[in-house]
Write a protein that binds this ligand. Structure first.
Ligand SMILES: [Zn+2]
Ligand SMILES: [Zn+2]
Length: 413
């Protein structure tokens, strides 16, 4: 018989990992709410065109990595931002309020061949603040990201920031790159040779070592920035300084998606290698307009949850039982089942054995599940309407009235 295994590039979370996932998304959620962000949940299925238009046709994601549903114009979303903006435009939210702060937590998909650290299905915690171009919002979003990563326990991380400038500056940068790189075409990978004409910025984002060396020899500076953009970038850095946020300004940092303008940033970790950012984001002031909405500035970031999980010590977050119900014979099962459900209704984390184990086996199972107490139903005591209550930590046992089970446990826990 054929044995099935999970699709390459996908991961199963066992109870330990699911516990870690829940714990860290909940921590992030608490911080996000404190910063005034509201959670939204959008479908994983979106129209392919949304990403072609939003992310850009010559990006890695849209060229190679989209997970397309065969025979349909539908893809499994490769990232969250374009969907949030689709939602914002579709429901005309801009008519209701000038400013929104959204976050989402959920799976994203890539169709390319999976490599180390690059999964086919992975989770993002994403943030989008729509409607303001205040540089204080850029600062807030970066401070928020660092706070979340701190709270999740991510150490050895580095924040890299840069600015691409406004649309004008970005095209000036593209021109500089094109003229600098056209003589070095032979030192670029095939993809980049092709991209150079269409979108030279992409070359900066290429992960091939050949291209990275070529780019490093360019000696880029912020000379393409207009006065306003340079000033506001300096302001951003000074706010970060005053809040003690450590960063590196790297003029080679661009983000791989067309929609970014002005501030871009990412966080890398020495533990998983600098090529794979654990979080990345930036401003995308032109995306809403390019998707058919109004001209509204926005900024956001996404944290790769699985990458964060790689960096954390696996601390067991599984819930331990308050109480385990054991019985010495099958005849007592009905009574045991009744007590079990009474305890659950009273708010205890309670369970029993469904494998007809011996009492010894049941106690072992209770211990494995971390049960604080075990209630034992035995024939003789049952006739007298009593049950034994075993304290697993103290290894002591007392008899209690059947009707007092909930009350006695409430006193002890
Ligand atoms: Zn500018
Ligand atoms: Zn390349």
């Amino acid at each position: 018989m054929k044995k099935f295994s999970s699709i390459r590039g996908t991961t199963d979370f066992d109870a330990l990992e699911a516990g870690i996932f829940y714990d860290l998304t909940q921590k992030a959620r608490n911080t996000l709410v404190r910063f005034g962000f509201e959670e939204i949940m959008l479908p994983v299925l979106e129209e392919q065109g949304l990403f072609l238009k939003g992310i850009g046709e010559s990006s890695d994601i849209t060229e190679r990595q989209m997970f397309k549903i065969e025979g349909k114009d539908t893809v499994l979303r490769p990232e969250g931002t374009a969907g949030v903006i689709r939602f914002f435009i579709e429901h005309s939210l801009y008519k209701k309020s000038g400013f929104y702060k959204f976050f989402y937590i959920g799976p994203m998909f890539r169709g390319e061949r999976p490599q180390k650290g690059r999964l086919r299905q992975f989770n993002h915690i994403g943030v989008e603040a729509i409607g303001s171009s205040s540089i204080y919002l850029d600062a807030e979003v970066i401070i928020l990201l660092m706070k979340i990563l701190d709270q999740l326990g991510v150490r050895d991380k580095q924040l890299i920031v840069n600015t691409l400038g406004c649309a004008k500056d970005k095209s000036a940068l593209n021109k500089i790159l094109f003229s600098d790189l056209k003589n070095k075409k032979e030192s670029l990978c095939d993809n980049c040779k092709r991209r150079l004409d269409k979108n030279p910025l992409r070359v900066l984002d290429c992960k091939q070592s050949l291209c990275r060396e070529t780019v490093a020899s360019l000696k880029l500076e912020n000379s393409y920035l207009c006065g306003d953009c340079l000033d506001s970038f300096k302001k951003l850095l000074s706010i970060l300084d005053s809040f003690g946020v450590e960063y590196k300004n790297d003029p080679y940092l661009v983000r791989g998606l067309d929609y970014y303008t002005n501030t871009v940033f990412e966080v890398t970790s020495t533990k998983i290698g600098s090529q794979d950012a654990i979080a990345a984001g930036g401003r995308y002031n032109n995306l809403t307009k390019s998707l058919g909405g109004p001209d509204v500035p926005a900024i956001g970031f996404a944290v790769g949850v699985e990458r964060v999980m790689l960096l954390l010590d696996k601390e067991d977050k599984r819930t331990e039982l308050d109480v385990f119900i054991a019985s010495t014979s099958q005849k007592l099962q009905e009574a045991a089942f009744e007590i079990l459900n009474k305890l659950r209704d009273a708010g205890f984390v309670a369970d029993c054995d469904y494998l007809d184990k011996s009492l010894k086996g049941q106690l072992r199972a209770a211990q494995k599940r971390g049960a604080r107490f075990v209630i034992i139903l035995a024939e003789e005591e049952f006739k007298n309407n009593t049950v034994a209550l075993k304290d697993m930590r103290k290894n002591s046992q007392t008899l209690i009235e059947m009707t007092q089970v909930v009350k006695s446990l409430k006193e002890k826990i």
